[in-house]
Design a protein. Sequence first.
Length: 155
Amino acid sequence: MRHVDFSPLYRSTVGFDRLFTMLDSLGQPDQAQTYPPYNIERTGETTYRITMAVAGFDESELSIEAHAHVLTVKGEKAEVGSEEQTEFLYRGIAKRAFERRFQLADHVEVQNASLKNGLLHIDLLRNIPDAMKPRRIEIAAEPVNSAKAIEAHVN
């Protein structure tokens, strides 16, 4: 396991703290989550969709929260009393609670979320303010004067 020390970069950069924290967290093996599986899709030029397989959960057992560049999706199954009487021969359907976090880039907003056929769809929009968008600067041409003459002084 390699660990990169970003502390020298903290001294010479301003405003990149969140980037270094994200890079630090990538190298930690305990951060590797595998449940529930998910896809991240680009659905347009500025739109994205996160799709999570949450079979067995309904809307009341899921919560989605977006706060400070972090999207958190939590799922907790409600306890059902009738399962205590049931004897499982094989239990392959996950019933465990989960919490999945996604780091959002600047200016990415959660638009909506929907649950259909066991798939949770979260639609995102990257909304860059007009002040930060590139703008075209027109180049003004200088007026063309009549032929320029070189002045010479005769003595």
